[in-house]
Ligand binder design. Structure first.
Ligand SMILES: NC(=O)c1ccc[n+]([C@@H]2O[C@H](COP(=O)([O-])OP(=O)(O)OC[C@H]3O[C@@H](n4cnc5c(N)ncnc54)[C@H](OP(=O)(O)O)[C@@H]3O)[C@@H](O)[C@H]2O)c1
Length: 280
């Protein structure tokens, strides 16, 4: 198959490499072109060039605005390809992209992923797929190459809704962890003793060990950048507000993350949200 990957950042680049490793012909486009130069992959100079002749077009871009702009341009040059939209863009933008795909007569699969940089490199993402039954076979080889498992969840949009639910949990977990570690520091409790005490028990999520280490070391190489985590908190809050739901804890998480982003930590891993709690 020929697969076009639009967006080769932290997630898109390893996904493109795994598609190539699975034997597909891969073309890649990225707004900053140097990032699309990947071994064995055709780096395209334009979106139209990347999607030309493709069977499946994957978008792996920062947010809804980027996907709408890039997919909008891609639709004009796609000839029978399916769009597999794999970025996290929430409910409203997914509906808008689905509508534009319908107008352009492009089959649309909504397929955000669970998993971060390392699972992306290992081809071990979980694909939260939703879309028409009759295109599943066409996108399955793509999802198999980038993921360990694909969940088919129903009509397009169901994947993005589940993704927001998962990230509501994940972001609250991360912020709670950051605050526990920040408090430990100020109370004279060794934060590693806190992590060791919860490890392996019912409240000791493996994720706490992973992100807790970054927080203790104060080193935040981006796996899931903080500015994208804040974007997801806002997407979940917007979806909740539209339905009259009050997510007070998530609103507080978003405020803390915003504070850390404003302090210049947006491109670091989301574990850097701990900066919002620490005394200046
Ligand atoms: N990292 C994770 O752990 C993770 C996990 C699951 C889902 N996701 C989701 O996957 C998506 C990609 O995340 P990532 O971690 O790969 O982020 P990233 O490394 O920051 O990459 C973002 C990509 O979007 C492009 N982009 C941003 N604005 C654009 C615009 N206006 N027009 C065209 N291209 C634009 C960037 O291009 P440039 O290179 O030119 O900036 C880059 O290719 C996001 O929706 C994120 O929430 C991430």
């Amino acid at each position: 198959m020929r697969v076009a990957v639009l967006g080769t950042g932290i997630m898109g680049a390893p996904m493109a490499r795994n598609l190539r490793a699975a034997g597909h012909e891969v073309s890649a486009w990225n707004r900053s072109p140097e990032k699309a130069a990947l071994d064995g992959i055709d780096a395209a100079g334009s979106i139209a060039e990347a999607v030309s002749g493709a069977d499946v077009v994957v978008t792996m871009l920062a947010d809804g605005d980027a996907v709408e702009a890039v997919a909008g341009e891609a639709f004009a040059a796609m000839d029978g390809a399916v769009l597999a939209q794999m970025s996290t863009i929430g409910v409203a933008a997914t509906e808008r992209v689905a509508e534009r795909a319908r107008a352009a007569d492009v089959p649309f699969v909504d397929a955000p992923v669970l998993g971060t940089k390392q699972p992306a490199e290992q081809g071990a993402l979980i694909v939260l797929a939703s879309g028409p039954d009759d295109v599943r076979d066409r996108v399955a080889p793509v999802f198999d190459a980038v993921g360990a498992k694909t969940l088919w969840l129903g009509d397009a949009g169901a994947g993005s809704r589940l993704k927001l639910v998962i990230n509501t949990w994940l972001l609250s977990l991360t912020e709670g962890l950051a605050e526990a570690i920040a408090l430990a520091g100020e109370l004279g409790v060794d934060p590693q003793t806190f992590l060791d005490t919860i490890d392996g028990g019912p409240i000791g999520a493996p994720y706490a060990q992973l992100k807790g280490k970054l927080m203790i070391d104060g080193d935040f190489p981006p796996s899931f950048p903080l500015d994208l985590a804040l974007k997801d908190a806002r997407l979940a809050l917007a979806a909740a507000e539209e339905r009259g739901l009050r997510l007070g804890a998530l609103a507080a998480v978003a405020e803390q993350m915003e504070r850390a982003v404003e302090a210049g930590h947006g491109s670091e891993d989301m574990a850097a949200t701990i900066h919002a709690s620490r005394p200046a």
